[in-house]
Design a protein around this ligand. Sequence first.
Ligand SMILES: [Zn+2]
Length: 123
Amino acid sequence: MYELKIITQMACAHQLREFEGRCENLHGHNWKIEVFVTGEELEPNGILIDFKRVKTATEEVIDKLDHKFLNDLEYFKQVNPSSENIARYIFRALEQTLNNEMVRVSKVTAWESDTACASYAEP
Ligand SMILES: [Zn+2]
C-alpha cells in the first residue's frame, strides 16, 4: 500500500459547547491539517496521485473554514467544532472529490497545537 501526505494550515476561532475547560471560551488555533491518501497501485509514471491535486482539493475545503468563527458555519451549528469533528468534516469533503478506483482519502489529522491532534480515519 502506498500512502501520500500533504500538510496545510488554517487559522480559525471556535468555542466548544458542552465542554468544561479552556476551549469553552471563544479563542482561536492555527490548525495544522494533514491529509493522507492511499492506494495499492501506481500510475504507469510511478506516482499514486499528483500532490498538487490533493493540495488543491484540500485548499478548496480549507477556504471555507480559514479565518472563520467555526460555530457560525452551518455544519458546526449542529456539530461541535472540535478538532475531531473538523478532521471528519475535511475527510468527508475530500473523499467526494479525491476518491476513485485507485486512490482514497484514508485519514485527516487536525493539529490544534504542536502537541495535540485529532484524526478521523476509515480503514
Ligand atoms: Zn480550542
